[in-house]
Design a protein around this ligand. Structure first.
Ligand code: CTP
Ligand code: MG
Length: 235
């Protein structure tokens, strides 16, 4: 079964601060999106990458893809994104040619995911799981609170889930195509990852080991870490 990757890259990056859309910001001189595209195209399984671009930035993204060296055996498509990550993923799925039976969804904001993580996700889908997430144990203890109406006000703690049973999930998340399409057609409320939509269909999502370097670039400190990781790889 051919494998395609959808890369939502249409976010503004509000938490990163003012500037270009997050996916177009440079890491050691190369746009974050190009790092992310290369990370997915590095997998021998992935034969198509669909980039979901900022709605007013599709031409810029196309020229970036043309300007950077990418594997010859991979095809690339660029489509405009939407208001939410969920909508952007759906717009990417709408552009997926019929022969692709397995779909990976990968945040452009996780530019440094190692190819071993991508391959592990694909292999778990090939082994029959309808939905697969890369996941890591947590370092911090997590508390559930009653969120304050005003940011910064004290918040009562409601519960402390057992840390050993919690995982932080990353991308790429991998799916049987029909399952992911049905999830996007069925679930209408806002979610923060694709796998949770599949959970809402009542199907079992499985977690495979994630990787520290698959962290999401969200806040300014994450840029410092990403550039240090790249320097360590000498990229
Ligand atoms: N994304 C998208 N379309 C949107 C919103 C987000 O394609 N309307 C993408 C982002 O480009 C990113 C991924 O979803 O690659 C994960 O989202 P996040 O890290 O939250 O990025 P942003 O939404 O851009 O950042 P922020 O929430 O700080 O504005
Ligand atoms: Mg966001």
């Amino acid at each position: 079964t051919p494998v395609a990757a959808v890369i939502p890259a249409a976010g503004r990056g509000v938490r990163l601060g003012p500037g270009a859309p997050k996916a177009l910001r440079a890491l050691n001189g190369t746009p974050m999106l190009i790092h992310a595209v290369r990370a997915l195209a590095a997998s021998r399984h992935v034969s198509l990458v669909i980039v979901v671009a900022p709605p007013d930035g599709t031409a810029e993204v196309k020229s970036l893809l043309d300007a950077h060296a990418l594997p010859e055996r991979t095809d690339f498509l660029v489509v405009p994104g939407g208001e939410s990550r969920q909508e952007s993923v759906r717009l990417g799925l709408d552009a997926l040619p019929p022969q692709y039976g397995i779909v990976l969804v990968h945040d452009a904001a996780r530019p440094l995911v190692p190819v071993e993580t991508v391959d592990a996700v694909v292999e778990a889908v090939r082994d029959g799981a309808p939905a697969v997430v890369p996941a890591l144990p947590l370092a911090d203890t997590v508390k559930e609170v009653e969120p304050a109406a005003v940011a910064g006000d004290p918040e009562p703690v409601v519960a402390t889930p057992e840390r050993a049973r919690l995982r932080a999930v990353q991308t790429p998340q991998g799916f049987d195509r029909a399952t992911l399409v049905r999830a996007h057609e069925t679930v209408t409320e806002n979610v923060t990852d694709d796998a949770s939509m599949v959970e809402q269909l009542g199907l079992t999502v499985v977690a495979v080991p994630g990787h520290e370097e698959a962290f999401k670039v969200t806040r300014p400190l994450d840029l410092v870490l990403a550039e240090a990781v790249l320097a360590r790889r000498r990229l």
